[in-house]
Design a protein around this ligand. Structure first.
Ligand code: ADP
Ligand code: MG
Length: 328
């Protein structure tokens, strides 16, 4: 339903998007991940029609999305775009901000929809306040609710949880995506946080330097990352020669192993000199050195610096990875 073909765009000749193509079926949720500066925000703005492209086309249901040179008021009514910096109306209440673009023709229906959205973003008790009386995270939740209020056909969310405290994010994320699914809204979410990509997206694009370097299901990308860049978007990762952990497998290949997959194992030939332990709540992330190279693994407890620890992953994970792109 959304068809993006070879779009390119740059600010004063500096190319930011280079030949981006993908398509998305109606009702699907797509996540776009990539390091800061890789072009995620620029892509979303281009999809919303805020830029005149240097090349390529964007179509939503056969209709071409055009830039400001062809559109007096940039942006399309059936698309909602939630910018990284949300702009709320300061002099009206939370309730009025959310309902701002809703018709007053059916006041009962309008009130019902606003209260459903207030529930979803958990702001019912703040409905009468003005944005200035809210924290940054609460303001971002108002902006989210406002973007969803008209039930757009296509919803573009740029880092929608960036200002929201993590203890609230998971419930909010569940509410939000179940609303989006229920309403059949097609959604693209740009995020540097891979959790947003993993749990809710049907499909994920990995962006690097203005290009799509991977397009797959989030599960597939996580369990079968084909580059260090992609793997590292999901947390600390190690690139390890298989011969250093399971020489009996007789391969010269390297594999990517996430820190939480690497554990102390006395039988392992891979010995690490511990440098630091970082408390991460449910476990410690341990940083150590092996032949001058930094490696990360997780452990239930901290480990004193300079201690030598033998580590390796479960052999099942190694065999699995060797059968995929990951074996490099
Ligand atoms: P991301 O959202 O992935 O962090 P952006 O799309 O914001 O990346 O930025 C991609 C690149 O485009 C960056 O190098 C950034 O400096 C550049 N860029 C973004 N907006 C502008 C702008 N208005 N003018 C010039 N360069 C810009
Ligand atoms: Mg951005």
């Amino acid at each position: 339903m959304l068809e993006v073909k070879g779009i390119s765009f740059g600010f004063s000749r500096h190319p930011v998007l280079r030949g981006i193509s993908f398509s998305l079926a109606g009702g699907q949720i797509l996540s776009v991940i990539g390091e800061s500066g890789s072009g995620k925000s620029t892509l979303l703005k281009a999809l919303y029609g805020l830029y005149d492209l240097d090349g390529g086309t964007i179509r939503w249901k056969e209709k071409k999305i055009l830039g400001p040179a062809y559109n007096l008021v940039p942006g399309e009514p059936y698309i909602k775009y939630l910018a990284q910096d949300f702009d709320l109306m300061p002099y009206i209440s939370v309730r009025e901000n959310i309902g701002k673009h809703l018709s007053n023709f059916y006041p009962g229906e309008k009130a019902r929809r606003i209260s459903e959205l207030l529930d979803i973003v958990e702001l019912s008790e703040h409905a009468g306040k003005k944005p200035g009386e809210l924290s940054g995270g609460q303001q971002q939740r108002v902006a989210l609710a406002r973007a969803m209020a008209q039930e757009p056909e296509l919803l573009l969310l740029d880092e929608p949880f960036s200002h929201i405290d993590s203890f609230r994010t998971s419930a909010l994320r569940r509410n939000l995506f179940s609303f989006i699914r229920k309403k059949g809204i097609t959604c693209i979410i740009a995020s540097h946080d891979s959790v947003d990509a993993l749990s809710f997206a049907d499909k994920t694009l990995v962006m690097k330097n203005g290009e799509i370097i991977r397009e797959d299901s989030p599960q597939k990308i996580y369990s079968d990352p084909d580059s260090y860049y992609t793997a590292s978007l999901f947390g600390e990762v190690n690139e390890i020669p298989v011969s250093q952990i399971f020489p009996e497998l007789g391969t010269e290949k390297n594999i990517f192993i996430y820190a939480h997959e690497l554990h102390p194992d006395e039988a392992s030939p891979l010995k690490i000199r511990v440098k630091a332990s970082y408390f991460e709540g449910s476990h410690y992330l341990i940083r150590g050195l092996h032949q001058g190279k930094t490696l990360f693994f997780s452990n239930p407890n901290s480990i004193p610096a300079e201690r030598i620890i033998a580590v390796r992953p479960d052999i099942r994970i190694v065999k699995e990875r060797l059968n995929t792109k990951n074996g490099i």
